[in-house]
Design a protein around this ligand. Structure first.
Ligand code: C2E
Ligand code: CA
Ligand code: CA
Ligand code: CA
Length: 275
């Protein structure tokens, strides 16, 4: 806070006022935009490294803004989380993803990101259950991705939510694995179905032997704990060779495909993605 010379403290500078106004506009635009159908879910394939087939896809939200074009989630998810809009948006993404995946072969699953904020909602489990019922989507084809930050706050309650979600029949993946704090005790307390190895380790695979050692160790850990491991952010053939060598079970990345609109994803399924 700055003194304005009359003993009154101004909390906001003009720049901060402008930022606040921008954020308010953006929030209003988001709430309006969802009603106007401006949000889209794109899908990025996840490939089994054993069969080289698409076994799933990750649902990733985008905002087709009338003036600003296609806005990536990094530019609106944080604000949506701060304002609570993520609850409506997250539910919409989940419903859309289940509906879209009804069009796909039954052996192709879909994974949806859950914000830590959604975890604070007492009705999260009911929401997921309702979406599954409304869409008549088989829960066994659904995966929810959570980050370690979910487990940091209020452990007992969150673990119970995870268990209740899992008892609906769906699976849980731990996203961005390796970037949070002391992950190993979570693995002991909660049986995740999958570890998604963060892109930062995959990116450095070619140049840093220690990155390979980490990826290999996570793959081994996963195997021993009966969890699948997905290498995120594979962009090159060399990275693919190395994540296979490290023993990962699945992979996702620009090497195979960026996230694409549903119609494009649909034409992609059924054929092999390598060679
Ligand atoms: P994430 O969950 O870690 O998703 C993976 C991100 O990595 C996606 O970015 C994807 O496009 C990108 N990516 C995939 N392969 C590659 C690659 O080979 N190279 C590089 N450089 N990037 C790759 P995107 O779609 O921009 O999403 C960013 C983040 O926004 C997501 O990270 C996730 O945390 C969040 N997000 C996206 N959709 C949703 C959603 O529906 N709900 C929530 N709560 N968060 C979402
Ligand atoms: Ca994710
Ligand atoms: Ca990730
Ligand atoms: Ca992330």
């Amino acid at each position: 806070a700055k003194a304005d010379g009359k003993g009154v403290y101004r909390i906001f500078s003009p720049q901060m006022e402008e930022d606040l106004q921008n954020r308010r506009n953006l929030e209003a635009d988001m709430r309006h935009g969802i009603k106007l159908g401006q949000f889209e879910v794109h899908y990025q394939p996840q490939i089994s490294l054993k069969t080289r087939k698409i076994v799933a896809s990750e649902a990733l939200v985008r905002w087709r803004h009338p003036e600003r074009g296609l806005i990536p989630p990094a530019e609106f998810i944080p604000l949506a989380e701060e304002t609570g809009f993520i609850d409506a948006l997250g539910k919409w993404v989940l419903q859309q993803a289940c509906q879209d995946a009804l069009n796909w072969p039954e052996d192709v699953r879909v994974s949806v990101n859950l914000s830590p904020v959604q975890f604070r909602q007492t009705d999260l489990v009911d929401t997921v259950k309702t979406v599954l019922e409304l869409t008549e989507f088989d829960a066994r084809r659904l995966e929810l991705e959570i980050t370690e930050s979910v487990l940091l706050q209020d452990n007992a309650a969150n673990l119970e939510v995870l268990n209740r979600l899992r008892s609906l029949g769906l699976t849980i993946a731990l996203d961005d694995f390796g970037t949070g704090y002391s992950s190993l005790n979570y693995l002991q307390r909660f049986p995740f179905d999958k570890l998604k190895i963060d892109r930062s380790f995959v990116r450095d695979l070619e140049n840093r032997p220690d990155s390979f050692a980490i990826v290999q160790s996570i793959a081994t850990l996963g195997r021993n704990l009966k969890m699948l491991t997905t290498a995120e952010g594979v962009e090159t053939q060399t990275q693919l060779d190395l994540v296979i060598k490290a023993g990962c079970s699945e992979s996702q990345g620009y090497y195979f495909s960026p996230p694409v609109p549903e119609t494009e994803f649909r034409t992609m399924i059924g054929r092999k993605t390598s060679d």
